[in-house]
Design a protein around this ligand. Structure first.
Ligand SMILES: Cc1cc2nc3c(=O)[nH]c(=O)nc-3n(C[C@H](O)[C@H](O)[C@H](O)COP(=O)(O)O)c2cc1C
Length: 192
């Protein structure tokens, strides 16, 4: 398997997840060549939620692509990758993915992953979820995408929001077989 991973960042809340994922990949998985694509909305939420600039996020990537560069290598199935994660993934981007409406590089790269039957992980986030959102997420799952929403857990006793962020990032990386040595449930000595 080629160790190239496409990371799409769209305009849902959760930009810290993208930052943490990129930091983890750079620090703990230097063998993975990351290809970063950030939408305009992703750039806005990055600024709002982290104070980081697009340039600072791009500096964490092996390679970055402008979202308008629909001729970039990741726009073709002949460019082999492990797959793609969209983190965070907006409902608009989910809609684009399930309808095959690939009018930007992020959507095209996701479309390519689906047509090549490569792993596509969506850290989709909205609340509450409308029937349209739920229908599109169901459709994305049916089409082979793995939906990994940033959802809180309490059983692992997170102390900070950074703990919660790391748990979601661990779950995403695990989807690509990238173990981070993170939290593991040890079981409960009780029955129902
Ligand atoms: C601060 C902020 C937070 C947002 N949070 C969400 C969200 O959690 N989920 C979502 O689907 N859209 C959210 N949006 C709206 C999207 O950014 C918007 O629909 C945008 O067009 C998505 O485009 P993109 O998927 O190309 O980035 C948010 C927008 C802003 C400015």
């Amino acid at each position: 398997m080629d160790k190239r991973l496409i990371v799409g960042v769209s305009g849902a809340s959760g930009a810290p997840l993208a930052v943490e994922l990129m930091r983890q990949l750079k620090a703990n998985h230097p063998e993975v060549e990351t290809h970063l694509i950030v939408t305009k909305g992703g750039e806005m939420t990055l600024r709002q939620e982290t104070g980081m600039t697009l340039a600072e996020l791009r500096a964490l990537a092996s390679v970055w692509h402008d979202n308008g560069s629909i001729g970039a290598p990741v726009a073709s199935g002949s460019f082999r990758t492990m797959g793609m994660v969209v983190v965070p993934c907006s409902m608009k981007t989910v809609a684009g993915i399930v309808s095959g409406y690939s009018d930007n590089l992020l959507l095209r790269a996701a479309d390519v992953c689906m047509k090549e039957r490569r792993k596509l992980v969506l850290a989709a986030r909205e609340s509450p979820l409308s029937t349209v959102h739920l229908r599109n997420l169901y459709e994305a799952s049916r089409l082979g995408a793995v939906i990994v929403p940033p959802m809180l857990t309490y059983y692992d006793h997170p102390a900070t929001i950074e703990d919660c962020t790391r748990r979601t990032v661990d779950r995403i990386l695990a989807q690509f077989g990238l173990d981070n040595g993170g939290y593991e449930w040890e079981g409960m000595d009780e029955t129902v």
